[in-house]
Ligand binder design. Sequence first.
Ligand code: NAP
Length: 293
Amino acid sequence: MARVLIAGCGYVGSALGELLVADGHEVFGLRRNPENLPAGIKPVRADLSLPETLVSLPTGIDTIFYTAGASRSDEEGYRYAYLDGMGRLLGALADLAEKPKRIFFTSSTSVYDQRRGEWVDEESKAAPSSYRGDIMLMTERLLLAGEIPGTVVRLGGIYGPGRDRLLRAVARGEVAASDGEPHYTNRIHRDDAAGCLRHLMQLEAPASLYLGVDHEAAEESAVLRWLADRLGVKLPEPGDADREGEAPARVRRAGSKRCRNDRLVESGYRFQYPTFREGYEMVIRGWARPEDG
Ligand SMILES: NC(=O)c1ccc[n+]([C@@H]2O[C@H](COP(=O)([O-])OP(=O)(O)OC[C@H]3O[C@@H](n4cnc5c(N)ncnc54)[C@H](OP(=O)(O)O)[C@@H]3O)[C@@H](O)[C@H]2O)c1
């Protein structure tokens, strides 16, 4: 049994915590508001960016997962949640003379600026052009330059139960398929994000970097068409009004790159939801459509 700290125990962190509790580990879930953590995860109230709240971290921790997510999407919010938070956590561990075996950090594929459908893997150049990608990359480097072994998992867009913005937008006819260049998107179901972190923790010697995306870098329009078919709604053409006739349906313009998951798969991880189809099928089964309230 290991003692595990999940720093920023939210959507993915809680799912991971539940898996690790079921495995028999002792799991601490750290966040600013730890009131409603799943059963079995021991709450730790702290703010990763406020060192005075980190003085009484649980001791003797074997593995740390840094899964905090920014609660504000501006530059300051990003810096606070990632770079400051990681720096302060590493500082607190040093002050407490704590030496966990490894820290895993859930970074993002936003560190890659490739936009023309290029294939991307762990060897590809990460040269972000946004503060989001910049701050993620700086946080990765801070972790990997430290004394505690680190592993970075660059996750694609996370979706799953409760993360249904795209489903709602399709159901309401708010989003149209693009008629231009293909736009490739990369995603991972929440349970695979949690599952692959659990898997990596079990490896003898995890690599320092993995891409955490499913098997299909899906073309955005194909995802929208599949969702519309599955929901039995018509996908508007670009320029059409949405279902309420209020606004033209938006064409989503995500950055276009195709991320590979070979390293993760070769390490032995088997995806529960290999593509968006299986993953959204699971989400839709437990889903209340907007008109259902
Ligand atoms: N969402 C995506 O599509 C996506 C894509 C790529 C990578 N990622 C990364 O994947 C990870 C997991 O994502 P997620 O969706 O599970 O995140 P999330 O639920 O949005 O956030 C995780 C938790 O972090 C806590 N937190 C934020 N700032 C904190 C701080 N200063 N101190 C302590 N706790 C703090 C929040 O709880 P409190 O408010 O209670 O503190 C929140 O519950 C994140 O690192 C995210 O950046 C996400």
